[in-house]
Design a protein around this ligand. Sequence first.
Ligand code: ATP
Ligand code: MN
Length: 450
Amino acid sequence: MSDAAPVARVSELLARPSAGGAVRVRGWLRTARHAKNLSFLEISDGSCFATIQAVASPELDHYESVVAGLGTGCAVEVEGELVESPGKGQRYELHATRVELVGGVDDDYPLQKKRHSFEYLRTIAHLRPRTNTFGAVLRVRHAAARAIHDFFDERGFVLLQSPIITTSDAEGAGEMFAIEGAEDFFGREARLTVSGQLEAEMVALALERVYTFGPTFRAENSNTSRHLAEFWMIEPEVAFCELDGLVELTVDFLRFVLRRILDERGDDMAFFDQRIDKGVIERLEHVVDADFERLTYTDAISLLEQSGQSFEHSVSWGMDLQSEHERYLAEEKIGRPVVVTDYPAAVKAFYMYLNDDERTVRAMDVLVPRVGEIVGGAQREHRVDVLRRRILEAGLSDEEYWWYLDLRRYGSVPHAGFGLGFERLVQFATGMANIRDVIPFPRVPGYAEF
Ligand code: ATP
Ligand code: MN
């Protein structure tokens, strides 16, 4: 094998300034077309949206034994000469000198060169990554994750690994997965975390800027296109920061990440724009360029009341905004992302900073067209007396939160943070209709296969 051509990935080959030279490519066949005097093998290696076509002649000594039997799904290694492609839409192709079948397929390979429904593809999630759409989704996820780490790193944030097994409940509500055997093991009940926020607060009050990026779990039985039982959350927390600073950070963050997706994944985004959600690129460009609208909850309620729309959930001050209201605001009324602040204390968690009116808290939700809430955040209550009162009012035990209260007794400072569901972001960025189709292996009520 010492004189074999170097292995190249398709993304790298297609970026070459000129053809020429022997290369080796490995991947899976999207299609294999066997004509009388040539075979055309379309190879995908997942490195980019594009495939590369290998052309194999019946004159190859192993044509009959190998090439002629190749079909969709086969794993192959092809060695050949990189040449300009005469075909349209394809810059280069490979003139094969050697084709090796690495892994064959049984006759019932379920992915044929036709459109499969996303519902069907979910039932074959082990093969889903081989489709155009899921390859693109996975590469966008990667670009987004890298952008997120870069954004925080450039601003002096430290990545915090918060625990997945938790004994506190950041939302002060049920909807958590219990862990069987926790009682015996830990000597107390434990659950899967719904958020790393409280831990992020502890560390932010020492390192000033931290963020988490990890899995979170919610047992809420919401069978919607925007909820998963397991999803990834990004939770930055900043000390010496109030609501305005938080809004600024959030807007910069969303712009930065979306810009990077557009810049780095132009190929995949072009696909989403053409085949999944017409106009998604323009929508993202608009978010990157336009100012975000900022509204108080009270103003948002007035806009909704004056809208003349008939909502399923009727609008009145004090209610939590439902997805239909969020989408009306972002999609129709304002037409761009909206930051809503100062929600009624009663609909938000106990740890949010209570405003002087004693009725509202310094919460912040970012609403975007199509998805609705993409980010939820708040300035935290850093006054120990107010926090204790709010914990008790929420029906929680101040003893259990002793450490959370302690933080307010030893060097407490105003601090704020947000939570962004990674899949909501990817859903918004790609225009995919269902959140189950932007995570490799979705866990939702009634379903946890693979
Ligand atoms: P929603 O009202 O949309 O159910 P929430 O108010 O319960 O969300 P938060 O507790 O504020 O959500 O969580 C922070 C972020 O996590 C949300 O803004 C959203 O991006 C994301 N998120 C929340 N629940 C889910 C879920 N079940 N699946 C995927 N992402 C979620
Ligand atoms: Mn929220």
